[in-house]
Design a protein around this ligand. Structure first.
Ligand SMILES: Nc1ncnc2c1ncn2[C@@H]1O[C@H](COP(=O)(O)OP(=O)(O)O)[C@@H](O)[C@H]1O
Ligand SMILES: [Mg+2]
Length: 259
């Protein structure tokens, strides 16, 4: 039951809506990927769609699902240095993890230390792979896995993408308990056309998010109002539904203002 005093609609980027409308298939694909283990298509996924269609929210929902199963999740938004940030997040901090991390010479720079190390660019693919592998060793002991989500993938640098593609490809071929999902504008695929990164992108299961069905919008609006103690039905509900055009951001905006 939603609170009757707080506006339940969330017309702002990345905020979980009261009802995630029309995304059951994508969610099922993802859950199936987790259930079916390494090698399942849903373990490597590429979500594309226009701004405001619900990509960021989808990634958040995926993390919630994975966390419920005891997985560790890491979320990144693409910008320069992303591979390095991933490495940092995967490294155990004092008291955070139950195992001790012994950096091996092969993956560390000379003079590197665990506190904010900077790796040579050309070593990054190996570094990332090794760091993820160590993290997975620990998680898999308890039957858990690792989900990494990357948002705004169209803004990633080529070096970061190469590092991530290399690491994920190796770990997948080793049947590690890993899932990787990236989301971005439709342009992200064309950015690396004819590039080794492209092979990786192509292998990912494509999920193209678009506007949602108006019948589902109508139900969700009516339900959300009802749960906060209000009735929206008949002609007003029809007009509200039409006004959203099925565009997820607009559903929240229209709902918010009517509420
Ligand atoms: N499936 C959905 N049903 C209803 N509202 C949604 C849905 N997906 C996203 N929204 C809403 O749309 C807006 C934009 O979502 P967001 O994930 O930030 O989009 P994107 O990352 O694609 O730009 C947010 O206000 C969010 O609450
Ligand atoms: Mg977004």
């Amino acid at each position: 039951m939603l609170s009757t005093r707080i506006n339940p609609f969330k017309p702002s980027a990345g905020h979980l809506p009261p009802v995630l409308i029309g995304r059951d298939m994508v969610l099922a694909d993802f859950e199936e990927g987790l259930d079916n283990g390494s090698g399942a298509p849903g373990r490597l996924m590429r979500i594309t769609g226009a701004r405001g269609v619900g990509k960021t929210v989808m990634l958040a929902e995926f993390r919630r699902i994975a966390e419920k199963r005891g997985w560790q999740t890491i979320s990144e938004t693409a910008s320069d240095g992303m591979a390095q940030r991933l490495v940092d997040k995967l490294q155990p901090r004092k008291g955070n993890f139950s195992f001790s991390f012994e950096p091996s010479i092969s993956v560390m720079n000379v003079g590197g230390s665990l506190g904010g190390v900077h790796y040579e660019k050309n070593r990054m693919p190996l570094t990332l792979r090794e760091t993820m592998s160590l993290r997975l060793d620990e998680l898999e002991k308890h039957g858990n896995g690792l989900l990494v989500t990357m948002d705004e993938a169209q803004a990633a640098t080529r070096a970061d993408m190469v590092a991530i593609a290399t690491a994920v490809q190796h770990l997948t071929s080793e049947d590690r308990n890993l899932a990787f999902v990236f989301a971005g504008l439709p342009s992200m695929s064309s950015k690396w056309l004819n590039d080794s990164v492209m092979t990786f992108l192509r292998r990912a299961q494509p999920e193209r998010l678009s506007d949602v069905d108006l019948a589902e919008v109508s139900h969700a609006l009516a339900d959300t109002f009802q749960e906060t103690g209000m009735i929206l039905e008949g002609e007003p509900l029809r007009i509200a539904t039409q006004a959203t055009a099925g565009y997820p951001f607009m559903i929240q905006l229209v709902g918010y203002h009517i509420w």
